[in-house]
Design a binder for this molecule. Structure first.
Ligand SMILES: [Zn+2]
Length: 75
């Protein structure tokens, strides 16, 4: 997921495993946003959890098979 810093305009990518972790943390605390540190200026950016969920599909056997199939094709 690509995030653009609203302070320095630097854009960077959040890995899917990071997103999954952030979603778990935020939902545990009942938060709708998760604070991500800008890799460039180190300011905290609020990223919408709902937005992050779009990049991390719920773990179901179906999605896992799709991911596996995609990985096999890549090899
Ligand atoms: Zn920044």
């Amino acid at each position: 997921m690509n995030v653009r810093c609203s302070y320095c305009r630097h854009s960077f990518n959040l890995r899917r495993d990071f997103l999954a972790y952030a979603i778990a943390q935020a939902s545990e605390k009942g938060q709708k946003h998760y604070a991500v540190e800008c890799v460039n200026c180190r300011k905290m950016l609020k990223v919408s959890v709902r937005e992050m969920r779009r990049y991390v599909p719920a773990e179901t056997p179906e999605t896992r098979e799709t991911a596996q199939a995609a990985a096999e094709v890549a090899e």
